[in-house]
Design a protein around this ligand. Structure first.
Ligand code: PLP
Length: 387
């Protein structure tokens, strides 16, 4: 028996190395990896620029405390601010920490204004904001919170799309609405642009903050730096992680000056968050995340979606829906997706499940068209087998 705890249902597959979109397994087989650590490895495995940046920094300095200045972090924050709505950044190590920090920032903002009663956060039921105690209760999922009581207070929930309920939930104690711009774990549900826009208007009208969780859909995955850019809104707080580290654990909260002012010394901290090694990698990710790459993501996404929709037409009893944006794509099946994912794996294509019978397809942002074609051939082969 493994000495590792059994909190994951792992597949019987391990890898020795990776290169770009491919992984080589201990059994010698080569797999097309369209999981990429669940939307983490923005530039695939063993990206040369990331290796170089990491190697260079690792010979200079790995870690110093946030009690001191960290120029690599100053640089990454400055670049994130220049690229986005944000004026200020706090670095963390993971997505859950980033969403927790986002909640802290929202509450602290109202506290600093003398409105400490405004501390409730409204979220979508069965969304996903991470696995810490607060984040599971923010997610409002029975499955995730079961056995982890007592219930953390301060979160209210509405069903995806239930705008009436959302409006009803807002009261004098509400601090913020927090939603994923694209619900990843929840089954690649894209919140339409008009909806994000009205959400912004609603938050403004009610004097509350808008937190858009872009841990999974951010950092170029949607074809824009942030998925909410399609709706042209300016959120107040945005937690990020996954793609910004390209495989190295980095999380962050981006925020406007207005709310950042509340985060005075002593309000938040992290031993590892924003250390020089992580920041060097984050900077190397941003070096490669340019307009050309984003345009490529959009173009390849259009092609991939078109071809997946053709498969849906060809196999109408198997594929129920094709969802997603950029390279955050989902194939919704009529039946449970476990067997389909297993068959894809037998055919050397790695994908991962999401809620709603969805198979998530997450290639690296620099995927080649020929690799997408390879994946499409495998998906079609499995459709034929199961038809
Ligand atoms: C939208 C969203 N928020 C938060 C998280 C939590 O991130 P982490 O697993 O790094 O804690 C995830 C992870 O999948 C996510 O998709």
């Amino acid at each position: 028996m493994s000495a590792l705890a059994q909190n994951y249902k792992r597949k019987n597959l391990a890898f020795t190395k990776g290169n770009g979109s491919f992984l080589v397994a201990t059994n010698g087989n080569k797999y097309l990896d369209f999981v990429q650590g669940i939307a983490v490895n923005s530039f695939g495995h063993a990206n040369k620029h990331l290796i170089k940046a990491m190697a260079k920094q690792s010979k200079k300095l790995w870690h110093v405390s946030n009690a001191f200045k960290i120029p690599e972090g100053e640089r990454l924050a400055k670049r994130l601010v220049a690229k986005t709505f944000a004026d200020s950044v706090i670095f963390q190590n993971s997505g859950a920490e980033a969403t927790e920090t986002a909640i802290k920032v929202a509450r602290r903002y109202f506290y600093s204004k003398g409105k400490k009663h405004k501390n409730r956060i409204i979220c979508i039921k069965n969304s996903f904001h991470g696995r810490t105690i607060a984040a599971i209760h923010a997610s409002g999922s029975k499955k995730m919170t079961q056995g982890f009581g007592p219930k953390v207070p301060g979160f209210d929930h509405f069903e995806f799309g239930d705008h009436k309920k959302l409006k009803k939930l807002i009261n004098k104690n509400t601090a913020a609405v927090m939603v994923e711009t694209i619900m990843g774990e929840g089954g690649i549900k894209v919140i339409p642009s008009w909806c994000i826009k009205s959400l912004r208007q609603l938050c403004d009208k009610k004097g509350i903050l808008l937190i858009l969780d872009e841990v999974q859909c951010g950092i170029g995955r949607s074809g824009k730096f942030f998925a909410f850019e399609y709706s042209k809104v300016k959120p107040d707080i945005v937690p990020i992680a996954k793609g910004i580290g390209g495989g190295f654990p980095i999380g962050a909260v981006l925020m406007t000056k207005k709310v950042a002012k509340a985060m005075v010394p002593g309000t938040h901290g992290s031993t590892f968050g924003g250390n020089p090694l992580a920041m060097a990698v984050g900077n190397a990710v941003l070096d490669q995340l340019n307009k050309n790459l984003l345009n490529r993501v959009k173009k390849l996404s259009k092609y991939f979606l078109f071809e997946l929709n053709s498969l849906k037409k060809k196999y109408p009893k198997i594929i129920k829906d094709v969802r997603g944006m950029g390279l955050l794509l989902g194939l919704q099946l009529f039946n449970d997706q476990t067997n389909f994912i297993k068959k894809l794996m037998e055919n050397k294509l790695l994908t991962i499940r999401a809620a709603d019978n969805v198979i998530r397809i997450l290639p690296p942002l620099n995927v080649k068209k020929s690799e997408i074609d390879m994946a499409l051939r495998i998906i079609e082969r499995v459709c034929k087998q199961l038809n």
